[in-house]
Write a protein that binds this ligand. Structure first.
Ligand code: MN
Ligand code: ZN
Length: 340
């Protein structure tokens, strides 16, 4: 079967590998139908993802059809359409004992630390398979994974209806977070450097928008919050100055959520955190949020149709990654398909 492997940074290859088979009673053989390309996949390709190891078959936005099941599997059956959980945790370390397997001490992420979904077939435990709602095509269903990341950040922020959320960045991560946050909290300020993206945020119901290049960011946040700052700030831009900006813009007793993976030092100061008693919390991957995302789709609260902007067959992955690198403004989500 075909697979896409990043042999080493900047070297992508379509390779032939052996089709996996069921070895455990709880195994499910999934035939892939769609796999999303995420910013982190592009990071692994370019060698900027500190977590990745090489060579690696990447892909963690994994959608397919159940082809075969082990003797102990009852939750899914042949022909079921599923999305596969990308987080593999050990179940017995300290974070796992707290129910936080997404930061397991022995964490393995499919497509990062172990081989992922850019291959025609994969075998996973049945507990990692989530049934897709009928209302969503396989290609659009890859968006469930970014949605779980967004749900995780709102959960880490303990976002409530009473909060004033400052969302910094409205790219693919930011807009996914907005989609979830706006279900919880009506008062959202979006800060971004692209007018086009700010217009989209406004159209989707942002209370206020700030162009961080053209406007005085802190003055605007202050004006939109009656001088007290946001109660929750989420960094979906993860750029060099974003954390300092958010520590400044957040009001007393607020929460600041980081999501970036950069190891570059950035200057902040303790006074901003101590004096306001801010909670600065990381949000990584997602902690069993697939069920929640799928439930929201089933209830009609979340519509992921039409988010995917481009598709390429798996064997043209190089073309797809080259296209992603153009940062063409038409790109919202690129999906690899398996109908070649
Ligand atoms: Mn992703
Ligand atoms: Zn663990």
């Amino acid at each position: 079967m075909k697979a896409v492997q990043i042999v080493r940074p900047e070297e992508l290859r379509v390779i032939d590998v052996e089709k996996p088979s069921i070895t455990e009673h709880d195994n499910v053989l999934v035939r892939m139908t769609a796999a999303g390309i995420c910013g982190s996949d592009i990071g692994i390709y370019h060698g900027t993802n500190a977590a990745a190891t090489y060579p690696r078959i990447i892909g963690h936005e994994i959608v397919g059809v159940v082809e075969e099941t082990g003797p102990g599997v009852t939750s899914v059956k042949k022909g079921d359409r599923v999305i596969v959980n990308q987080v593999v945790s050990c179940g017995h370390c300290y974070p796992c004992s707290l129910g936080r397997g997404n930061v397991c001490d022995n964490l393995k992420v499919r497509g990062v630390h172990i081989d992922g979904g850019y291959r025609e077939f994969l075998v996973v435990p049945d507990s990692d398979c989530y049934l897709l709602p009928d209302s969503l095509s396989d290609r659009d269903a890859v968006m469930i994974e970014p949605t779980t990341i967004a749900i995780q950040s709102c959960s880490r922020a303990e976002l409530t209806a009473e909060d004033t959320l400052l969302l910094y960045g409205y790219g693919s991560l930011g807009s996914s977070i907005f989609r979830i946050a706006s279900q919880i909290c009506p008062n959202i300020i979006v800060a971004e450097l692209s007018d086009e993206k700010l217009a989209a945020a406004k159209a989707h119901g942002a209370a206020h928008t700030i162009n961080t290049q053209k406007e005085d960011f802190l003055e605007r946040v202050s004006a939109y919050t009656n001088g007290r700052g946001s109660t929750v700030s989420i960094d979906a831009a993860c750029s060099k100055g974003s954390l300092l900006n958010l520590l400044k813009a957040t009001g007393n007793a607020g929460r600041v959520i980081t999501m970036g993976f950069s190891t570059d030092p950035t200057e902040i100061n303790q006074f901003l955190i101590t004096s306001k008693e801010l909670d600065v919390r990381g949000s990584r991957l997602q902690n069993r949020m697939f069920g929640k995302a799928i439930e929201m789709i089933r209830e009609g609260k979340l519509d992921l149709n039409g988010v995917v902007s481009h598709t390429f067959p798996l064997i043209e992955a190089q073309k797809a990654f080259d296209f992603a690198d153009t940062h063409d403004p038409s790109i919202r989500k690129i999906v690899l398909t398996f109908d070649f």
